[in-house]
Ligand binder design. Structure first.
Ligand code: ADP
Length: 260
């Protein structure tokens, strides 16, 4: 469904964020990208929605290479969930969800646009599905708790029936109980709608609990690719032993440990 074919990304300042990554992500998979800050998770994810272009290699969507000229056609099939939510605080919960149907999500357009009944019904159903009670529908998004707002963001990401949902650190600002509940809702919605999810997480334990597949990056390269059951303790430690600020030495020690 999604295929990265030897993709690399070098930024103008010379930083090589992604190095020769090849991955196939089938339809319906819940794929978690793990790795320390700076490992290249966001850069890789942003190649799927065209925010970042590979400097070499190709990303394929349903068998077709994503190019500048056909990017918009693919973007219609991608839903986004951000760490900072990007909800429109003054708009109602319902309108925030419906704004996921607009290519241009400006406040004015969201306010002026009247949505057909079927779209409104779909938004109701999605909000119900992610566990937000009906009484919240007309409340302003800014009046909700962090967990409730993240549920609105999930419903918004699914309202356009996307084939792929990209979730960038979706639970970074939530407490553990709320994080699990929100990840449960995200996973259930993805399964129900048959969507592929690519999700970056910092928390290894959530990755182990929710992922169908974990791809761990280390300095822009795939360091581990497999199911949570295949990710043994030593490899888990090695993923986080490397950070750009701590330097490579520590990581190499951990890698030697894995190899031994
Ligand atoms: P992660 O999401 O794993 O934290 P990123 O993909 O954000 O990692 O970043 C990978 C590397 O690329 C880091 O060294 C980061 O500083 C660098 N980087 C990301 N975006 C840019 C950019 N626009 N210009 C230059 N360097 C960048």
């Amino acid at each position: 469904m999604l295929a990265f074919d030897s993709v690399c990304r070098r930024f103008k300042d010379g930083t090589v964020a992604v190095k020769d990554v090849s991955l196939n992500i089938p339809q319906g998979e819940f794929c978690v990208l793990l790795g320390p800050s700076g490992a290249g998770k966001s850069t890789l994810m942003n190649m799927i929605n065209g925010v970042v272009e590979p400097t070499s290699g190709k990303v394929h969507f349903d068998g077709e290479p994503i190019t500048r000229s056909n990017l918009r056609q693919f973007q219609r099939h991608v839903g986004m969930i951000h760490q900072q939510l990007h909800l429109i605080p003054r708009l109602s919960v319902l309108h925030n969800v419906l704004s996921g149907l607009l290519p241009d999500k400006s406040l004015l357009r969201s306010l002026l646009k009247s949505f057909p009944k079927e779209d409104q019904l779909k938004a109701f159903e999605l909000l119900n599905e992610v566990g937000l009670e009906q009484k919240h529908l007309m409340r302003r998004a800014s009046e909700l708790s962090g967990g409730q707002q993240q549920r609105v963001a999930i419903a918004r990401a699914f309202v356009s029936s996307p084939k792929v949902v990209l979730a960038d650190e979706p639970v970074a600002s939530l407490d553990p109980a709320m994080s699990r509940s929100v990840l449960n809702s995200l996973k259930a919605a993805a399964k129900h709608h048959g969507a592929t999810v690519v999700c970056t997480l910092h928390q290894l334990d959530y990755a182990l609990e929710f992922a169908d597949r974990i791809v761990a990056l280390r300095a822009g390269e795939v360091f581990f690719d497999g199911s949570p059951a295949e990710l043994d303790n030593q490899t888990q430690r090695a993923i986080y032993a490397f950070t750009q600020t701590e330097g490579q030495e520590k990581s190499e020690l951990a890698l030697e440990e894995v190899a031994a």
